[in-house]
Design a protein. Structure first.
Length: 418
């Protein structure tokens, strides 16, 4: 028994320990709103942390360990503007070190409670006698937009609560935030149906400040080749590099583009591939500071990934008024999904937000803060209730005790931490 106690003492002294996290400052990543919080396994590690890594630290004058996320590194100039991280005078947008996504809507949440759309039963008439294009079926959300003109918003469903700084709770319920999150991601699975004679398109969209960003998939029928002359060879199948295979008349040409619109629409990136008429697609669009990425993946193996850095952004005309009211600078319901000139089935809708930091405190908020050669800047994921470097200022590297590795209690919440 003595050897066992000695081994336990050695492990706690040299390897790590277990700490209780009761604060809500890192929700939903860590912690709990229930009494007792969570027990977290922490490994001792005093090596310099990386950006967006979680650390356990002790503040001066406190014997209570705290978990925070590192956002600023030694010798950097840091500022938080409109909830975004600016490093050395520029919005931070390195794709390889993005902050984690936080779900705010998932497949188990009710679409009709969080998205606005023109919904009917297939015969319900909208304004001007037009059929409302959205219906719910056992297969998913059906879009009947064959007669919806290109560029119309009638074929869209919009997340009417916007990108808020909430999260999904422990039971998967939506915990509504009261502030705005500037960065967002929307993902959805789409089954293609009938296509209008002139073609159709699918759309995912996000707003940020004065700009509109969309992933647009323009679909057109591939005309079959003329029949062979008498005695000539048979019509060959089309075997494309992106995985779709079949006779030309069985394929669709898909032109996938990332667009940005302020006063006019600009195509930022574009790619063309071929799809089967009955293809099942996974679509996604994400914006992280200035990094914009869209993707299409088909069950045939066809894939398009478009990514670019947005070089110019524009303030919304109401930004000044919004700043006077708080931190809001994006106006309108978003993200959205849908299309025109086609029929399709939408499933597995997911909306995520990036980390968003409020203007609580003063350090790094009202102006940039310059970090010393052995200092870091730390924040809590649940920005509205977190006490962190916005109030304390920079934290010395010597205050870092280690890294949180896993939640080990309660049993229903056990998980590895990213």
């Amino acid at each position: 028994m003595a050897l066992g106690l000695l081994g336990l003492w050695a492990a706690r002294t040299m390897v790590g320990d277990v700490y209780r996290v009761e604060s809500a400052s890192m929700l939903p990543t860590l912690g709990s709103e229930r009494a007792g919080g969570e027990l977290v396994l922490v490994t001792y590690d005093r090596s310099p942390p990386e950006r967006f890594e979680m650390v356990v630290l002790f503040r001066d004058g406190s014997n209570v360990p705290e978990v925070k996320r590192v956002v600023g590194l030694p010798r950097e100039s840091l500022r938080l503007r409109h909830g975004e991280l600016w490093i050395d005078g520029q919005p931070y947008s390195e794709p390889g070190t993005r902050s984690p996504w936080i779900p705010i809507f998932g497949p188990d949440n009710a679409v009709e409670e969080h998205f606005a759309m023109e919904r009917g039963d297939g015969d319900s008439q909208g304004v001007g006698g037009e059929v409302r294009p959205w219906t719910r079926s056992d297969e998913g959300w059906q879009l009947a937009a064959l007669d919806v003109p290109m560029g119309s918003a009638r074929g869209l469903m919009r997340h009417h609560k916007g990108l808020h700084d909430g999260y999904l709770g422990g039971e998967g319920e939506v915990v509504q935030g009261s502030g705005e999150a500037g960065d967002g991601r929307i993902r959805v699975d789409v089954g293609l149906g009938e296509l209008a004679q002139g073609g159709g398109r699918l759309r995912l969209g996000l707003l940020k400040a004065g700009d509109t960003f969309e992933l647009v998939v323009e679909l057109a029928q591939v005309a079959p080749p003329p029949p062979p002359a008498n005695g000539g060879p048979s019509v060959p199948s089309v075997d494309t590099a992106d995985g779709a295979e079949g006779a030309a008349g069985d394929l669709l040409q898909a032109r996938i583009s990332l667009t940005q619109r302020w006063t006019e629409e600009v195509v930022l990136e574009e790619q063309v591939l071929f799809l089967r008429r009955d293809a099942e697609l996974a679509l996604s669009l994400e914006l992280h500071n200035r990094y914009l990425r869209g993707a299409l993946r088909a069950d045939s193996g066809a894939e398009a990934i478009l990514a670019t850095r947005v070089t110019e952004v524009h303030a919304h005309p109401l930004t000044r008024r919004g700043e006077a009211q708080g931190e809001r600078r994006t106006y309108g319901a978003h993200p959205w999904l849908g299309g025109e000139g086609l029929a399709a089935t939408f499933n597995n809708i997911r909306v995520d937000r990036g980390l968003a930091w409020t203007s609580r405190g003063s350090v790094g908020v009202h102006g940039p803060v310059l970090l010393g050669p052995d200092e870091i800047f730390v924040l809590g994921d649940n920005s509205r209730v977190s006490r962190d470097s916005r109030e304390w200022g920079a934290v010395p590297l010597t205050a870092v005790l280690g890294r949180p590795r896993a939640v080990i209690y309660p049993p229903g919440a056990m998980r590895r931490l990213p």
